[in-house]
Design a protein around this ligand. Sequence first.
Ligand code: HBI
Length: 363
Amino acid sequence: MNSLRLLLVSSPVGLLGSGLTGGIELTLRNIAGELAGRGHHITIVAPQGSTGWGMPLVEIAGTLQSSAQTQGRDAPIIIPASSVLANMWDYVRQVQGEYDLILNFAYDWLPFYLTPFLRRPVAHLVSMGSLTDAMDEIIEKVAIEFPGTIGVHSQAQAKTFTFADCCRWLGNGIDLSDYDFCLEPESWVGWVGRIAPEKGLEDAVAASKLTGVPLKIMGVLQDKGYWQKILWDYPDAPIGYQGFFSTAELQKRLGQCRALLMTPRWVEAFGNVAIEALACGVPVIAYCNGGPAEIVEDGKTGFLVEPNSIGGLIDAMGKLDEIDRYTCRQRVAAMYSNTAMGDRMEQWFNDILSRNLEKGSRE
Ligand code: HBI
């Protein structure tokens, strides 16, 4: 494939490297690294103070956007004064002519609204399921007007939208060489993610208390009140918050786990931590809710549990000896390597650009 000039525009909710952009951090980094490795010219646009992991980075100043998942379904679109989101996309408008395609990672109204105003095609990698009416509406508008430009991480995520059949399944990808396989784990189980209500951490803590199996908790402590309530509700649970780690540090700790517990309260769009754990040979015990239900093969690479069932988590924890840790890594290598994801991304861009050429020739 000929090399493309790609502008990757990050989320306005946090700095790349802070963990506050959640899954977007790993997704953007892996996609950027893989595409650069294939000879494409990558530039990352992100809020000031972000890291570009050594890739060309344009840092944009301004007020961060608040997280979409903390709003209600009828939440209005809010653009604060000196909005970093507005500033990022004004920059895109100015430099668009230097690129073949723009890749949007923000789950925000503005990039979708601006798509018809821009002269270059925009591929939107939607990072969450349906959250608000205003977002559903604007994403659907783009899905209809620009067919094939809405990318999703899982079928379950797509199905939360009325326009599911307009979405392009992409899965996700990680660099397997960043993850060390661990055959002999320690006694504890792990939980990894943004510590926030939609991630259902309290259920993993309850399972740890009831089984006496220690729980190691890792990730950005996003909602401190939520965490405090868990400590008050489970004062004597054998749990420990380890902190937020870089991928290199995280995978070391993750590999030592007997299993990873995933307890999403919402439709988890994908669940990057699931493929990271599997890459280390760690079985995943996950609520059958969203992306993890498409990643974990029940009884082969972990167990799928009825959502919100602490008893289900505990039953699965008792069956971990049935899982071969080598199989966990093999499944990720087949479906969710950076190479597999890179192929899917190049095919996606090709289809958008060839449709764009065709449309251009019709106009
Ligand atoms: N909220 N407004 C907004 N914009 C985002 O890009 C965004 C978000 N909340 C969470 C989030 N992105 C990511 O953590 C997940 O999509 C992975």
